[in-house]
Each structure stands twice: as C-alpha cells, then as structure tokens.
Ligand binder design. Sequence first.
Ligand code: SAH
Ligand code: SF4
Ligand code: F3S
Length: 442
Amino acid sequence: VKYHLTTLGCQMNSHDSEKIAGLLEALGYTRAGSEEEADLVLYNTCSVRENPERKVFGRLSALRRRKQARPGLIVGVCGCLVQVPAHRARLAEAYPQVNLVFGTHNLHELPAYLERVRQGERVIEVWEEGREPVEGVPVRREDDLHAWINLASGCDNACAYCIVPTTRGPCRSRPAERILAEAAEVAANGVREVTLLGQNVNAYGRDLPGAPDFAGLLWQLNRVEGLWRIRFTTSHPKDVSDGLIEALAGAEKVCEHLHLPLQSGSTAVLGRMNRGYTAADYLRLVDRLRSSVPELALTTDLIVGFPGETEEEFAQTLAAVEAVGFDAAFTFVYSPRPGTPAAAWPDQVPAEVKRERIARLLSRQEQQSAERNRRLVGREVEVLVAGRSKTDPAMLAGRTRTNKLVHFPGPAYLAGTLAAVRIVDAHPWTLYGQLATEGHST
Ligand code: SAH
Ligand code: SF4
Ligand code: F3S
C-alpha cells in the first residue's frame, strides 16, 4: 500500500509530517511517487492565512472524481485546518470524499484510525486540547544531515491576528532530558545540524517542574557529541533573555542567526497586535544582540495591512526595515482569521492597498538582503555541504552558520562535511563561492 502526503505550513507541520510518515512506514506503507498512484492521500494543512486553506479545499474538490473511480482510496485531512471547528464541519458536511480527519493533538492515533477506516468507518476525530506532549512516535526524517526537534507545542501568547493558539493550544514543553536524548540519537545517526522548534522557544520550560530555561537547554545541547550546529525558531522579541544572548555569543554550536519576528515597525500597530514591545524596544534589542554577536544574521516576519494600518504606520515598517538591515524577511499580507480578535475589527485595509504596500516592502527588503550579502564578498565562510545544488547540478549547495545558501563548484564527496568557502558573488537570496580549502570534519 502506498501513501502520498502533502504538507502545507510551517516547520512544525513539516516535522509532524515526518511523524505521520514514520507511523505509516511502521505499518508497512511505502511512499507513492505521485498522488495518482497512492492508496492513501493525506493533506497536512495550515490555517495561518487564507491561501493555504483555499488550496486544500480546492485539491479536495478535485479528488472527488478519483474517489468515485476508486472507492477504496482513503482521503485524509489533518493538521491545523481541522482544529478550526468551522472548517471541520465543512469537511464533514460538504466533502464526503474525505474519510479520515484527525488533528494536531492526536496524530499519534493514526494507526488506530486507519484500521477503523479500513473496516469501512468514516473517522473524524479531533481533540480540542493536547495532553502531555506525546513521545515515542517514529520519525521518518527527510534529511540525513539536518533534523527538526520539537521543544514545545502550542503558544501562550494572544497576538490579535493569529490562529496558532487555537490550532495548537497552549504551550506545552517537552522535558529537557527527552530533547537531549533525541539530539544525541540523531547525532549518533549522522545528523550534524538540528533546528529546535517552538512557536516561542523563549517560553520553553515555563510550564515544566523547576522551570528549566531555553538558554540552559542550549548550553546542554552544545555538549552533544557529533552535533556541529544548533538552530532554533521562533524567538518572540519580548522574551529574549540575557541568557539567550550569552548562549548565542558563547555556545560554539549555536549558530549566529536569529529569527526575530518584528511584524510591524509601528508601535501603535504593535500595540493593537498585542505583541508586548514597542518599535524602540525592538531596535534596542537588536543593538544589544549585535554588540554581543557581531556576526549575527537577523531574519524577521512582517505583516502589512493589519486592520487600521495607515500609510504613516506602514512607512514606519519601511523605516524599521531600513534601520535594522535584516538579512531576510518573510512578508505577509494580513489575512483575517475567523475567531481571532482583529478579524472582527471594522477598519480592514482594502486589498489593493495591501498589495501595493507589500510590493514596496518586498523591493525594499530585497535591496537590504542584497546589501547584507554583498558584505560577505571576499570573505571566507564555513559551509555545511548538503550536496549537489537542485538548480545547478554542476554546483554544490550548503548553508553558512548564518543560514545563507551558498553555491560553489566542488566534488560531490564533500557532501556532509564543513567546507571553507570564499564568497565571490552575492545575490539577494544566494551567495556564490569558491572552495578555499577542502572540507574537514570536526
Ligand atoms: N510563532 C511564530 C510563528 C507564527 S506564524 C511567531 O510568533 O513568530 C508565522 C508568521 O505568520 C507570523 O510571524 C506572522 O508574521 C504571520 N501571520 C500569522 N498570522 C497571520 C495573519 N492572520 N495574516 C498574515 N500573516 C500572519
Ligand atoms: Fe501566533 Fe503570536 Fe503565538 Fe506567534 S507568538 S504563534 S504570532 S500568537
Ligand atoms: Fe500553519 Fe499550524 Fe504552522 S496554522 S503556520 S501549520 S502552526
């Protein structure tokens, strides 16, 4: 039996998909080369903006005919979308071709649900709340060199635009010893880089006995043998501690990159978003970070067209982008999420204004990214070589510690090693280099 799994959304969802694949392969399922040849078609979904939602419903409509031709086909929908009651009801009522629905809190129950579906039942099982983080689910990792590791699920914040607290529940941290054991295990299997995942990693441990903190965990992970690089995402600016800055500066495996979502450069908008910091707080934080970690690459998330955003408030976002000099930014048009506070506010920004603003923001950020990257030309950087470039097989591809993609000519056997690369050219999203010396393994 073959499965095909489509994943939308953030890294958390990609990692959940690795667990779903792990569970399925433990049951003897194998991966289908395409959706057409699969006996089980699964969509692991996202609700953070309207676009991914629309995509899923569109794809499910297209599956109706295939299901009619092949009644044995199992069509499943899981992930964040089904945690929203209205979407779940829509699936149950208007999408009879879907015969399996499960949520973010109960994906480990998948084998039992599949058994029931095979008996002919239509299974729609979504838990409203997560219990303890579930341990021991087999993971089918997508990458040999890099692994995602969950720190915590859910989020205790209440940003006025955001659906994630609804889809993932409150913050529940995994015990530190589990995280350390998982890191040691993947490192023993050859993984060299881990990315620690949490909606707000800086809140890690507050819900655990003894309240272990994130910075302490980083120092412990720094001692895991065989691991070369530690990354993490996401850091809420209001919760960045001195300890975290010290770990970024001092723990040698912790990479010099911080994803620090600003969302808006306007203090008034930040207040309406309920973010808990001002634009000035953010700029001061950036100064502190850069004075301790001069090499630090900073990336961010920005939302344009939040309800009531004036031209002047938007201009403050452009000014903040200019003032900080982000290495990269993910820019989003505000998308009203049913049930979140901001979705009900009367002063929604017209679509054409949002479009025009995001275009201006994108071009400003592109210049910034190019400028930040140009500073690296002539310098030697450490690249963890992933393998041949997907876009140009004559080139190797890998990332710097600051998470920048580098393409350079070299022999395939360097895959999985650290190479010293001299940067010769810089584009906004890619650096080009030449081998300085051949790879060495630490
Ligand atoms: N927990 C993380 C990620 C949240 S979702 C964090 O706090 O940063 C990732 C990004 O999606 C957010 O940072 C935000 O920029 C964007 N986003 C969330 N809700 C959105 C919405 N309703 N409309 C547009 N963008 C949104
Ligand atoms: Fe959403 Fe805010 Fe939590 Fe991030 S911190 S997941 S944006 S509520
Ligand atoms: Fe989307 Fe859920 Fe992640 S809503 S952004 S997949 S936590």
